[in-house]
Design a binder for this molecule. Sequence first.
Ligand code: C6P
Length: 405
Amino acid sequence: MSYDVQAIRQQFPILNQKIHGRPLVYLDNAATAQKPIAVIDAISDYYLNYNANVHRGVHTLSQRATDAMEAVREDVRAHINAAETAEIIFTRGITDSINTIAFGMGALVKKGQNIVITAVEHHSNIVPWQMLCQRTGAELRHLPMNEHGEVVLDGIEEIIDEHTAMVAFNHISNALGTINPVDAILERAQKVGAWTLVDGAQSGPHAKVDVRAWNVDFFTLSSHKMYGPTGLGVLYGKRERLEALPPYQGGGEMIATVTLEESTYAGLPHKFEAGTPHIEGIIGFGAALKYINEVGIEAIAAHEKELLEYATQECSEIEGFRVIGDAKNKASVLSFVVDGTHPYDLGVLLDQQGVAVRTGQHCTQPIMDAFCIDGTARASFAMYNTKEEIDLFKAALEKAVTMLR
Ligand code: C6P
């Protein structure tokens, strides 16, 4: 069946509106994606019909809510091919997931060991490791980046060595769109026995991931970038790794027994899920996953690749337009500057013409520093974007550039 983008757009009512009198062209999907009706309906169905706390009540509504939430845990397990549902932890997002692991590893990592990231990380995969290194005396290292925004593997044997405790990196860069060489990095990390974590914030909506094929220790997803609700993430961890880590937060639900003196902890996944979870978020995320699978992640990726190539080619005709990050292997993100203009001004003038892009550093200051720029304007594509929208974007950008020069 051919890809029916107009049918998909009908499932996203928010797209059908005008901004400053112009049709909305939403190209800020790497920040957060819009939500299909199926997600909105699943959340309102929960509140209209079975709102209750989970794992706590014998009453019918609580059991229905628990069943619905636990069914999503199984859907996530199947989606990433984890071995068991106990390895799927619901968190507040990627940031929360990475902090959970970095905090827990504080009990295991020692001075003399090192943590390895890459030069193309989001701040949420830099700062928690810096904090871990400050606490433990471990060293933070990184795999460098070249002028195309690609991770450089030369010298990987020296950087990831037998003292490496963790290698943590993103699958796809949010600022550049670079698809990182996951297999090669994991292979080296696994050879020296380091733990591994892949940040799937930007790959979740664009690529199929099989955590067992990768044999990765931890993998994390963000619901709101995958057409689901905000405030929710997934942390996958291999059972033996999660069991080796202390819990990140204490409170209800994560315990087995509590006395006023001491507590013992619940088993997986509850050990890492203190407090009432984001129940409606999880239920909404289940609907989002179902919708992604109905459209087909490969079909979505192919559609977005076409959009990226078209946008890159069209916008390159604008004088002074420079792509930031022209890796061979890229997904869905067009980060750019236009000589003689500031990205922020471009963002404001694009908005006035109905086009939503993100501007600034994209929580990746080290990448911006390496390119010697203050920031970029970033157009990022999703399953519902069209070539017609890219034409509108290009025309709006041309106008903005003319106004600013
Ligand atoms: N990037 C962007 O506009 P949270 O906020 O915790 O759900 O996700 C953080 C995060 C981690 N890693 C990567 C690769 C990301 O892209 C993000 C979020 C958004 O690019 C908001 S800064």
